[in-house]
Design a protein around this ligand. Structure first.
Ligand code: NAP
Length: 286
């Protein structure tokens, strides 16, 4: 295990991107991801442009398909069908937020499972639960990657996950339960109705926070020498810079007590992006 307490994304993504670039060149791939966005949400546009730049650096083309927020469900499905049948497109991603009239569940079902680089299609989720090869959702994959890279063993450990969302908590719980490495953990998933939360979190050898509440986890809630993985990204107003990002864990408060801790930013989020681009390459290889 690295002696550094801060579990930084930088060395991980350096390795991931180098490996991806090597695979792309060796196999002469032309991986292409299309991101569908409805409207012009500034945070989403910023994220997509960032992804495009990152992809370009290693040889992944990221196309942005901007559609009007008024597009009908049927027209959106027909767009997705076009991308599904285009062999030059390997990954399809639907950028949030979506307008209220769009039925997200139906749309996700329409993305071809082998192009579903978000890993949200029920077929990919089912395979994840059954420990079959699939496109994994990027954030849970990022948590596994961090644990693996820093040689943090999960076997037999008490892992507590804060949050039961379909994109983070639930898939991550299933991944950590697998008879695999990382995996073989004893997993507890907490949510807004959990009682005596601090009693549970303070038993965790590894605590993963994914609830969307800035600085929620304090030192009184964690075990001495716990491993803390902070998935949260909360935009907070800041007098000097306009805004800043905080995790779900109070980093400064928990730092001394924790054995290892991921920062925000520079932790799970950056690794998540690299996992998404890894999925595009994986899809292109098929
Ligand atoms: P979400 O869909 O809103 O789910 C939040 C979960 O937290 C729910 O299960 C909710 O319980 C639970 N929760 C809320 N308040 C709680 C409390 N006081 N005590 C215990 N549980 C509580 O959120 P998400 O999409 O999973 O995202 C969670 C956080 O991760 C956000 O900050 C988001 O920005 C961040 N995120 C980061 C990445 C990344 O790559 N770094 C990716 C995705 C999300 P109920 O189910 O009972 O409502």
């Amino acid at each position: 295990m690295s002696s550094e307490k801060k579990l930084r994304a930088k060395p991980i993504i350096k390795q991931v991107y180098a490996n991806l670039q090597h695979t792309i060149e060796k196999k002469q791939l032309k991986p292409c991801l299309v991101i569908i966005i409805l409207g012009n949400d500034p945070a989403a546009v910023y994220y997509m442009n960032n992804l495009r730049k990152k992809g370009a650096k290693i040889g992944i083309e990221v196309k942005i398909e901007k559609l009007d927020t008024s597009i009908s469900q049927e027209a959106l499905i027909s767009k997705i069908d076009q991308f599904n049948s285009n062999s030059e497109i390997h990954g399809i991603m639907l950028q949030k937020p979506l307008p209220k009239h769009i039925d997200e569940v139906e749309i996700v079902m329409k993305i071809a499972p082998d192009k579903d680089v978000d890993g949200f299609h029920p077929l990919n989720m089912g395979k994840l639960v059954l420990n079959q090869d699939s496109l994994l959702p990027s954030t849970p994959a990022a948590v596994l990657k961090i644990l693996d890279f820093y040689n943090i063993k999960t076997e037999g450990k008490n892992v507590v996950i804060l949050g039961r969302s379909a994109i983070v908590g639930k898939p991550l719980a299933n991944l950590l339960l697998r008879k695999d490495s990382p995996g073989n953990a004893t997993v507890t998933v907490c949510h807004s109705r959990t009682q005596h939360l601090a009693n549970i979190t303070s038993q965790a050898d590894i605590l993963v926070a994914a609830i969307g509440k800035a600085n929620f986890v304090k030192k009184e809630m964690i075990k001495q020498e716990a491993i803390i993985i902070d998935v949260g990204v909360n935009q907070i107003e800041d007098a000097e810079t306009g805004y800043k990002y905080l995790g779900d864990v109070d980093y400064n408060d928990c730092f001394e007590k924790a054995a290892k801790i991921t920062p925000v930013p520079g932790g799970v989020g950056s690794v998540t992006t690299s996992m998404l681009l890894s999925n595009v390459v994986k899809a292109a290889l098929k």
